[in-house]
Design a protein around this ligand. Structure first.
Ligand SMILES: Cc1ncccc1N[C@@H](C)c1ccc2c(c1)OCCCO2
Length: 118
């Protein structure tokens, strides 16, 4: 992740592109399970099973606080988005409403990230 697949010519737009990509994730019809942190009191077992919870609102906070010159923000963004989907796969059955939403969102993200950032 540190070294981009193809040396990306214009890093300056990367932060804006991450914001666009995050907005597309947040407005996707299957985004509902991932918009806010999972309420650890409302979901039995979640705190024990998922060591690093992550959600789209937390990613937006981190992006808002990240500096363009800190070039790690792009890797952090990609890692955090994938953490949302990996947590989902770990906790939810593939054949469940949330499990399917996670697979759909990961497929959507992988396509859009490739189009916009590589
Ligand atoms: C992404 C994820 N993975 C595993 C469990 C939950 C979640 N998402 C949270 C936002 C959620 C979704 C549905 C819920 C829920 C909470 O509250 C308990 C009652 C049932 O409805």
């Amino acid at each position: 992740c540190a070294k981009k697949a193809k040396p990306h010519k214009d890093d300056k737009k990367d932060l804006a592109t991450c914001r666009v990509l995050l907005a597309e994730l947040e407005t996707h019809q299957d985004a509902w399970p991932f918009l806010k942190p999972v309420d650890l009191k409302a979901v039995p077992g979640y705190r024990k099973v998922i060591k690093k919870p992550m959600d789209f609102s937390t990613i937006r906070e981190k992006l808002n606080n990240s500096q363009q010159n800190n070039e790690l923000f792009l890797c952090t963004f990609i890692i955090d988005v994938n953490l949302v989907f990996d947590n989902c796969e770990r906790f939810n059955e593939d054949d469940s409403e949330i499990g399917r939403a996670g697979h759909n969102m990961r497929r959507f993200f992988d396509k859009r990230w490739t189009e916009l950032l590589q």
